[in-house]
Design a protein. Sequence first.
Length: 192
Amino acid sequence: MVHIVPGTWNWPGKEGQNIRVLAFSNATRVELFLNGKSLGAKDMPSNAHLEWQVPYEPGTLSAKAMADGNVAATDEVQTTGAPAAIKLATDRTTLNPDKQDTIVVAVSVLDDKGRVVPNGDQRVTVRLEGDGKLIGIGNGNPADHDPDRADNRNTFHGRAAAIVQAGKSAGTLRLIASSPGLSADSLSLDVR
């Protein structure tokens, strides 16, 4: 495995300035690339990390982890475009009609290529149709003091989470998320 930190390559206004880039890996060697150009390969110390100072330019920052001379793993982060759409996703879409079953729905702000925009913090409004309840929406930002029990929230690093609870009747719930200037998204949930 190999993992690049920071997990974003969106640094508007920092063009030409050095960004500290770390690579964590269990391979023996890691090579870092910016827009296809090698920034050097380094031997991976045991139980540690590698570090580069990379002059920022938009594009793709990638790492290749090598083991026995072969590429064993890769990781990359890309500069994203402007916020264009909202995306809803969950690990399950079926709930029990018991007025207790809940699911967490991930809310993401995406660019026109479907990538999460990490600096795309937008006010998102969610609403639920059907026999269920929107418990609230959170974003993980410790500095955000908006109430969790609400139907709208700013995203944090392009993400938020809505919590939906089933009612007592079987049927379909529909969660809709929107934000001014962005394409909305909806998600159907089956209560049975």
